[in-house]
Ligand binder design. Structure first.
Ligand code: G16
Length: 579
């Protein structure tokens, strides 16, 4: 029938990218990643798949980002994006895995036909595919493979060149919402996010007698807030795009660029960037570190962000995704209280979240809601915290359960989701509100909504939100740090013979396989005061990750080593035994 005819025509296209059979691929935490040398057939097939996905979704634009994000520069990969800018639906992740591993052309054809039948796909729709890539050298070659696949279905293709991952998510959503969310262009992206940031700054200026003039930062009444940022661009696309953003920001922030050498891809993510800073708990290299300066690090595709600083004794302090989540949740909660709206604000975290951040949210961040009975009763309501497995797809999904869902992974990947009804309620209420304090709170909420890239974690958008809250609170980076103390913690990783032998449960807090490992971890943890540890296979790198926290840094380090050693011994560790 017609699909079979079509697929037969595809065969010659598919022949150009045979599977050398070197590796079994898996659509993991956020796509497929591996050494770029072995990815051509995978990227080609993902091109075929996204085109089919778009046909299935009646010509809605879907996205394909060529990136390996925080991974080393020799890796590359893909992230696939669904029409509202969210991650690819999990039912199609299974197809992606199967297609990537199909042995020969006939199998690829048969799979494509199966997908078409299983989903009742109507061939009449013309696919629309949006493509972007990060700064990796292999990106251009892999783009050709993708284009070959995508064009096999006569798709409408838009290649945005080198952009950040969150930009592509944003563009996809813009197209599919007919411009309601913005236009699918870099200009619209910068304008939407940055204008709302500038508007909020102007509102803050009323409180702080703040004027937008590059020479007067020193004499502003911003209490301890400083608009000066030392930006660590991980030598990747985040650095490239921040240079454009600076033009839109005008003088509202002073951004000093570091690690912005994108021409030398050897340097990508090397001893710098968000993943390095978070995993190693130390400042990025490649820049002079001065006490109490505000350092902002992003990762290789600019969807993650962490803040950090050192004190006068060179002691390092990290403000990671947990910190951003608590800062934002506190601010949003305050705005809702001031606006008089009863809204269910919730936070989503993963097992990596520091125990004290969860405690801080549940103990300190309390919202009030009104119950109208015979009299108006104000009821104290805690901000609920949910824990889900690692991967933005899980956090994003769970955050949709709340009116306003704030999700952040400790590694700095996160955003805020506003339900459509809440968004409309805020705008409507703002149009009719007469009370000045309430009206101001509503206007600020609108600014926060507009500077948020709700499709996915976005380092630029998150930075604007953090800077807005810090400015309004009048906080320096160390004031922010003082809101609560993290439990000392340590991240480690171990390479094992086959990480697929690992299975976890209870949002990755328990290791179900290899058998006996969880019992071992339990007995180790018992030895440490306030000890907590878990292990999980990474979905982006060929390693098993270990997280440990305890009462002191020495204990957290020891606990991490003990658990890493248990993993190494039970699961055929490769290389050096942890110490
Ligand atoms: C991706 C995912 C994140 C995840 C990270 C690490 O980030 O989007 O949700 O936390 O990988 O995952 P894993 O521990 O499974 O390797 P990125 O920024 O690298 O795309």
């Amino acid at each position: 029938d017609e699909w079979i005819e079509n697929i037969v025509e595809l065969e010659s296209n598919i022949e150009s990218y045979p599977n050398p059979g070197i590796k079994v691929f898996q659509y993991g935490t956020s796509g497929i990643r591996y050494n770029s040398e072995h990815l051509d057939h995978v990227l080609h097939r993902m091109g075929l798949l996204v085109a089919l996905r778009s046909i299935h979704l009646k010509s809605a634009a879907v996205g394909l980002m060529i990136t390996a994000s925080h991974n080393p520069r020799d890796d590359n990969g893909i992230k696939l994006i669904d029409p509202l800018g969210e991650m690819l639906d999990s039912s199609w992740e299974v197809y992606a895995t199967k297609l990537a591993n199909a042995h020969n052309n006939q199998d690829v054809c048969a799979m494509l036909i199966n997908i078409a039948y299983e989903n009742n796909i109507d061939k009449k729709y013309i696919p629309r595919v949006y493509i972007g890539r990060d700064t990796r050298n292999s990106g251009k070659r892999l783009l050709d493979a993708v284009l070959c696949g995508v064009k096999a279905f006569n798709s409408n293709v838009e290649d945005f060149g080198i952009i950040t991952t969150p930009m592509l998510h944003f563009f996809v959503r813009c197209y599919n919402t007919n411009g309601l969310y913005g236009q699918p262009s870099e200009h619209s992206y910068y304008t939407k996010l940055t204008n709302s940031f500038k508007t909020l700054r102007k509102m803050a200026s009323k409180l702080h007698t703040y004027l937008i003039d590059k020479n007067i930062f020193a004499c502003l009444d911003l209490k301890n807030y400083s608009p000066v940022i030392e930006f660590d661009g991980a030598n990747g696309v985040g650095a490239l795009k921040m240079k454009d953003a600076i033009i839109h920001l005008e003088e509202t922030l002073v951004i000093n660029m570091h690690n912005d050498d994108i021409m030398n891809t050897e340097k990508l993510n090397y001893k710098c960037g968000a993943d390095f800073v978070k995993s190693n708990q130390c400042p990025p290299t490649g820049m002079t570190i001065k006490p109490y300066s505000k350092y902002v690090s992003v990762d290789g595709d600019a969807d993650r962000i962490v803040y950090s600083f050192v004190d006068e004794n060179n002691k390092f302090y990290l403000l990671d995704g947990d910190r951003i989540a608590t800062l934002v949740a506190g601010y949003i909660k305050d705005l809702f209280i001031a606006s008089g709206l009863d809204v269910n604000v919730g936070l989503v975290q993963t097992a990596y979240s520091n125990g004290n951040s969860t405690k801080y949210v549940t103990d300190k961040l309390i919202t009030y809601y009104k119950i109208l009975l015979l009299a108006i009763v104000y009821v104290l309501q805690k901000v609920p915290v949910a824990c889900v497995p690692t991967g933005v797809k899980y956090l994003h999904h769970k955050a949709n359960d709340y009116d306003v869902g704030i999700y952040f992974e400790a590694n700095g990947h996160g955003t805020i989701l506003f339900k459509d009804a809440i968004r409309e309620l805020i705008r409507y209420q703002c149009s009719i509100e007469v009370e000045e304090a309430k009206s101001l709170a509503l206007k600020k909420l609108i600014c926060i909504m507009d500077m948020t890239n709700e499709t996915v974690g976005d380092a630029y958008s998150d930075m604007l939100i953090v800077e807005s809250v810090l400015c309004e609170r009048g906080w320096s980076i160390s004031d922010w740090y003082k809101t609560y103390s993290d439990l000392p913690n340590r991240l480690k990783q171990v390479t094992v013979k086959d990480r697929n032998t690992f299975e976890t449960g209870d949002a990755e807090r328990i290791c179900l396989k290899p058998l006996g490992l969880q019992e071992k971890i339990n007995s180790i943890v018992l030895k440490y005061s306030m000890g907590r540890s878990f292990v999980r296979p990474s979905g982006t790198e060929d390693v098993v990750r270990i997280y440990a926290e305890a009462d002191t840094q020495t204990n957290a380090d020891k606990l991490a080593v003990e658990v890493a050693t248990a993993v190494y011994d039970i699961a055929d560790g490769v290389g050096k035994r942890p110490e």
